[in-house]
Design a protein. Structure first.
Length: 298
């Protein structure tokens, strides 16, 4: 009896493919974020950020604010943070979508990128639902102005080191804020706790993939090339930090603060805020430093 040839193995054959396979399994089945948030717990009279995560916390001007005004500031700073997340996820979804029309890449990578696309779309729907329920007229145009972060996210080749460093920074930088918020469950609105918890769980997988991709690419990059890349990547990194951690003047005015005060300047010179951002970006800087890219955010 003639033996039939064995079917080709579909088992992953590299560490990266095994990771992608594991991440895809962990993303299945997909759970709709909209159905997982307790929207009945959406309390607009609660803090949406722990006070220590508010940009003016620690300043005399913050101490002079009434408790209702502090809560309003926490609400609009979180909404600003959410709008920044929408901007970033729209860029990543666009790039994943464009990559599907390119020559077929590794199948495990393609499958996991589609899981990421589905999860990022879910996050965006969750963020938009929060905005729809609380601030449907919230302005957001400042995130879409052309700066280096926007240019790199739009045009850097999908397989390039520059693109994946931008992805890692864009995922790691806000993730640390989300984790800080989540640690203070008793201090914040229950719906906000649900939103950041869902985001953290999905982003943990996205960050694992981005880290692996960066390590693979940077391990093959000569030191001279890393030195050439550093100024550009450092500028992009700073723009991500600015976007997520330093609100615009409009955010403070929406919260009812005095429009004649330069609130962004106060936040940028706030020692507590500087220390808070140092804490939040430390892991991103460490990952990149360990792979030969010495960056800073100041």
């Amino acid at each position: 009896m003639n033996k039939q040839p064995a079917p080709p193995s579909s088992a992953p054959d590299t560490a990266s493919e095994r990771l992608l396979d594991q991440l895809s399994r962990n993303s299945t089945p997909h759970l709709d974020p909209l159905a997982r948030v307790n929207w009945e717990g959406l309390d607009q009279d609660a803090f949406w950020l722990p006070e220590a995560a508010i940009s003016l916390y620690g300043l005399p001007q913050y101490e002079n604010l009434t408790i209702p005004r502090r809560k309003a500031l926490s609400r609009f700073e979180f909404l600003n943070f959410i709008e920044a997340g929408l901007w970033l996820e729209s860029l990543f979804m666009k790039r994943i979508g464009r990559s599907l029309s390119q020559p077929r890449r590794r199948l495990p990578e393609l499958i996991y990128h589609l899981h990421e696309l589905r999860e990022e779309a879910g996050h965006s729907l969750m963020f938009l639902e929060l905005i729809r329920r609380t601030a449907p007229d919230l302005p957001n145009d400042h995130f879409y102005r052309w700066n280096l972060a926007n240019v790199m996210a739009h045009f850097a080749p999908f397989e390039s080191i520059a693109f994946w460093v931008a992805v890692l920074c864009g995922e790691e930088v806000p993730d640390r804020m989300n984790r800080f918020i989540r640690k203070h469950r008793q201090e914040i609105c229950p719906s906000v706790y649900d939103i950041v918890s869902i985001h953290i769980m999905d982003e943990a997988r996205h960050i694992a993939h981005a880290r692996d991709t960066i390590e693979q690419r940077l391990s093959l990059t000569p030191a001279w090339q890393k030195r050439l890349m550093r100024p550009v990547i450092n500028r992009v990194f700073r723009q991500f930090v600015d976007t997520f951690y330093f609100p615009t003047q409009a955010t403070y005015e929406l919260a009812g603060l005095d429009p004649d005060e330069d609130w962004p300047r106060l936040a940028r010179n706030n020692p507590h805020r500087i220390a808070f951002v140092d804490q939040c970006v430390a892991s991103s800087l460490r990952i990149l430093r360990d792979n030969g890219l010495q960056l800073d955010w100041r």
